[in-house]
Design a protein around this ligand. Structure first.
Ligand SMILES: *Cc1c(COP(=O)(O)O)cnc(C)c1O
Length: 449
């Protein structure tokens, strides 16, 4: 690593000083202190130095090389120890989830006791809504964004109905007319308007469609001012943008680990419960793994549930070791990078891709994601005024670049600081030119579906 390869030297590459040529992309890579981390991942094979250009970290992150070996270690322990692995494995299965919590706490800005890896994301939304959406008297309403990720909308609507609550107590806040992303100030105003009618808020930390980042702290403060709880879906935020859940005072959060967290398809999810709720006896759906470990195996002798303090107290089942192991492999890489350095690189990398798109494809591409780096993470959402976005995705894929399409007309592209290079970004913009022309021709003959 050259002496000049520091995050500070990357950060000095301001927008005004970017250059459009390939040599400049290579220069940025040469001063990127995190560039070596790309080699810790398996890249799908393709035409660019043997790889595809992979820009779908917002949907499914790449596989760390370490994932396979840690899974093999666990399979080996199971093969040789059988049930004794619960106590005698190198990482005993009994409290295996504890191996993830320090690393997770660093990613989301929490204390270790405030986080736990468990279940799937949507399951965790239900579990935490049960505890933190507690309508009483005139305080009945739940506020979320619209459009939200469909799973969140389905979860909230069915959750309210299943508990016998009134579905019309759901308040949905949309972006302003003519705007794509929600403004924090509009959410804060909506929360203040609801005032004492509001029981809880559940919002996405980064919007899946436009990549707009929410000011979690401002929304949390607003919710608390009116006496409501504040919970967040961090599916597109965890591992992507800086989070300080503890200091910001969020009551709860949940997220998945297969997007920016690179823990594999359908990976085990995460949950955060603020320390101020650690010892409270909030209503919850309980299971034996949420019980005090000291009495967990007294089983039928102690029929009453005694939750362990902290986020662990929301666990239901004994942890799936083969689902947790890939998370440990991934967290090692987050620790090697450090969230601060990762974010610093991400700002420059996404800023560079945005700049290149405007500089070289400005007439053909609209970037829907906010320009201000504080209001976004890695993802850029693109719209094409003149061609069918679906066809652009197909053409890019056949040229060796992986991006995705969201109905009706958006392409999502996420340069991921852990494994994407500046040259990847440059190459994407390079092949986008012919792809746009190809997409146009495709549209004329009827388009792709
Ligand atoms: C990815 C994502 C989900 C997916 O939910 P799972 O339970 O993990 O399948 C839910 N909500 C949001 C906001 C997402 O981005």
């Amino acid at each position: 690593m050259s002496a000049r390869a520091s995050i500070a030297s990357l950060e000095e590459a301001h927008v005004g000083a970017f250059e459009a040529g390939e040599a400049f992309a290579r220069h940025l890579d040469s001063i990127d202190p995190l560039r070596g981390l790309a080699e810790e991942f398996l890249h799908p094979p393709g035409p660019f130095d043997g790889r595809r250009l992979y820009f779908c970290g917002h949907s499914l992150g790449l596989q760390p090389r370490r994932t396979r070996s840690i899974l093999e270690e666990e399979l080996e322990e199971w093969a040789t120890l059988g049930v004794e692995g619960h106590r005698k494995a190198r990482r005993p299965w009994f409290d295996y989830h504890l191996h993830a919590r320090e690393g997770l706490a660093r990613v989301v800005g929490a204390k270790p006791e405030e986080v736990v890896a468990m279940n799937g994301l949507t399951t965790n939304l239900h579990l935490l809504m049960l505890s933190f959406h507690r309508p009483s008297g005139a305080r009945r309403r739940l506020l979320m964004e619209k459009p939200a990720f469909p799973s969140d909308t389905y979860a909230v609507k069915t959750h309210l109905r299943a508990r016998g609550l009134d579905p019309s107590d759901l308040v949905e806040v949309s972006p302003r007319e003519g705007e794509e992303g929600l403004r924090t100030e509009d959410l804060v105003a909506a929360i203040e308007r609801e005032g004492e009618a509001l029981s809880s808020v559940m919002l996405a930390g980064v919007d899946f469609l436009t990549g707009t980042r929410l000011d979690v702290e401002a929304v949390t403060r607003a919710a608390h001012r009116v006496g409501a709880t504040a919970g967040f879906d961090l599916a597109h935020a965890a591992g992507n943008v800086p989070l300080r859940l503890h200091d910001w005072g969020a009551d709860w959060a949940a997220w998945c680990h297969y997007k920016y967290m690179n823990s594999g398809p359908g990976a085990i999810a995460g949950a955060f419960v603020h320390e101020r709720h650690a010892e409270t006896n909030l209503p919850r759906f309980a299971g034996w793994w949420g019980n005090e470990p000291a009495t967990r195996f007294r089983m039928q002798l102690i029929p009453e549930f005694h939750p362990v303090a902290g986020a662990d107290g929301w666990q239901l089942s004994n942890p799936p070791i083969l689902a947790l192991a890939p998370l440990l492999a991934s967290l090692e890489l987050f620790d090697r990078a450090g969230m601060d350095r990762l974010r610093a690189k991400s700002r420059v990398l996404t800023g560079y891709l945005h700049w290149l798109l405007r500089e070289r494809r400005g007439d053909e591409v609209m970037v829907v994601t906010p320009t201000d780096p504080e209001r976004r993470g890695a993802q850029l959402s693109l719209r094409f005024p003149r061609v069918d976005a679906r066809a652009v995705v197909m053409t890019l894929r056949s040229a060796g670049a992986v991006v995705d399409f969201r109905e009706p007309d958006l392409i999502r592209v996420a340069p991921t600081a852990l494994y994407n290079s500046f040259l990847d970004a440059w190459r994407l913009v390079e092949i986008l030119g012919p792809a746009l022309r190809g997409a146009h021709a495709v549209e004329v003959v009827g388009g792709f579906h």
